[in-house]
Design a protein around this ligand. Structure first.
Ligand code: HEC
Ligand code: HEC
Length: 388
């Protein structure tokens, strides 16, 4: 199935998955208002060998929030992609995995991840089906020793009995089917139909106020944001699916500030001298971005252009979580990012006024999709159903 027919089929399925309260059994009721949350998004590409079905979505949702999928029962996908926090984690600039182990990058949101052509900040993975084994097996994320270990655990959990079989024509857990179920669930995390979409694609001229409309003008005009965060005539993904050096990664490697903000305990911060910090902590993990995948020098410190949909809900920002607010991001671009030999030619000082910067931020706050609360509630519904 290609094009609109396939999209409609998807919407019918996602409609079931988005309903609140969520279905405990597979299938699920129809969306109360029957309106899909896709206004502003192009048709979704779904692999022909893994069509989205209600049974797979329900299973994938259960797996996503299940902490028993880590050896000590503490980590699930949802611990870093927290449903109530825009499917990312606000408190942490870079993720923390099993037993407090550091991850070198910021967890991106998985909202609208179905439209990402390449996954991870460096684009090293291309399929949602395959991607799941990255976090499941990483020693500093979910920390499982092997694929077989995870499959044995699932097979031993009574509440999974029959669920794989129901979703996959009688076949039980396998590495591919764990991936297929988690991918199917993530394909239902669709959050568009924002105020921006209703204004630009839905013909509602009053959906944005004058400041927000001006912000959009700066976004596509003087701010040059849309050169990378693309906006089309019929839909917008706010990404060019490419990798660019804005200077964030370069600064992390070479330009660490003399004083750094250190988290001593959750919510307790102190400003410490860099040398003091280095004396008792591991040096920051090396990160050269896309270069690590292509080994092409022009890709040094280049990272994937993230979609800006739902960006008001997904702080902190950038691959290292180094910018905490949208105001800080806009100031960063206004300064021309961080100058370095490989900086993208598309990033340069902008000379925005305070009013223009504020309008840009106001515009970015209009990109929150209508379904985000329902999706968060839906994910937790699965948690309740699984008894945790
Ligand atoms: C310890 C925290 C942590 C856990 C647990 C975790 N993730 Fe992630 N996730 C991350 C981080 C950090 C990245 C970015 C890593 C990178 O770019 O190298 C990421 C990236 C992703 C991406 C790519 C998104 C994009 O836009 O490129 C997907 C999809 C994803 N995770 C899904 C999952 C799933 C499914 C699980 C559970 C099987 C999971 N994650 C578990 C932290 C985590
Ligand atoms: C050269 C291409 C390019 C241009 C121009 C550009 N961006 Fe970006 N943007 C990126 C890339 C690449 C990242 C990710 C950087 C990283 O992870 O270190 C990013 C990250 C962001 C983020 C953080 C999103 C997140 O989830 O972490 C925001 C917000 C953002 N850009 C807004 C803007 C705005 C506003 C403008 C215009 C003032 C702009 N961008 C111009 C490429 C671009």
């Amino acid at each position: 199935m290609r094009g609109p027919a396939r999209l409609l089929a998807f919407i019918a399925l996602a409609g079931g998955a988005l309903a609140a309260p969520p279905p405990v059994s597979a299938g699920g009721p129809a969306r109360a208002n029957g309106v899909p949350a896709t206004l502003g998004l192009p048709a979704m590409e779904v692999p022909a060998d893994n069509p989205v079905t209600p049974a797979k979505v329900a299973l994938g949702r259960k797996l996503f929030v299940d902490r028993r999928l880590s050896p000590n029962g503490t980590m699930s996908c949802a611990m870093c992609h927290v449903p109530e926090q825009g499917f990312t984690a606000h408190e942490l600039a870079t993720s923390v995995g099993i037993e407090g182990r550091s991850v070198r990058r910021n967890a991106p949101t998985v909202l609208n991840v179905a439209w990402q052509r390449r996954l991870f900040h460096d684009g090293r993975e291309v399929s949602l089906e395959d991607q799941v084994w990255g976090p499941l097996l990483a020693v500093n994320e979910m920390g499982n020793p092997s694929i077989g270990y995870v499959l044995e655990r699932i097979a031993a959990l009574p509440d999974y009995r029959g669920l794989f079989e129901a979703a996959f024509a009688g076949r039980g857990p396998s590495s591919a089917r764990v991936g297929a179920a988690l991918a199917s669930y993530q394909r239902t995390l669709v959050a568009a139909d924002s105020r921006f979409d209703r204004w630009r694609y839905g013909g509602d001229t009053s959906a944005l106020n004058a400041v927000e409309k001006a912000g959009f003008e700066f976004f596509t005009g003087k701010g040059r944001c849309a050169a990378c965060h693309r906006v089309g005539e019929r839909d917008a993904l706010f990404t060019d699916h490419a990798f660019h050096n804005t200077g964030v990664g370069w600064r992390r490697t070479f330009g660490a500030p003399e004083r750094t903000r250190v988290e001593l305990a959750p919510g307790v911060h102190a400003e410490l001298d860099r040398r003091t910090v280095e004396s008792f902590s591991e040096p920051p993990a090396k990160d050269v971005g896309r270069y690590e995948i292509t080994l092409d020098p022009k890709d040094r410190w280049a990272y994937k252009t993230p979609s800006l949909r739902n960006v008001a809900l997904t702080a902190p920002y950038m691959h290292d979580g180094s910018l905490r607010t949208l105001e800080a991001v806009v100031e960063f671009y206004d300064r021309g990012g961080v100058d370095n030999p490989d900086r993208s030619a598309l990033v340069a000082p902008l000379g925005l006024t305070a009013t223009e910067r504020a309008a840009l931020v106001a515009f970015l706050r209009t990109l929150t999709g209508r379904s985000v609360d329902a999706l968060a509630a839906d994910a937790r519904g699965a948690a309740t159903a699984a008894g945790r």
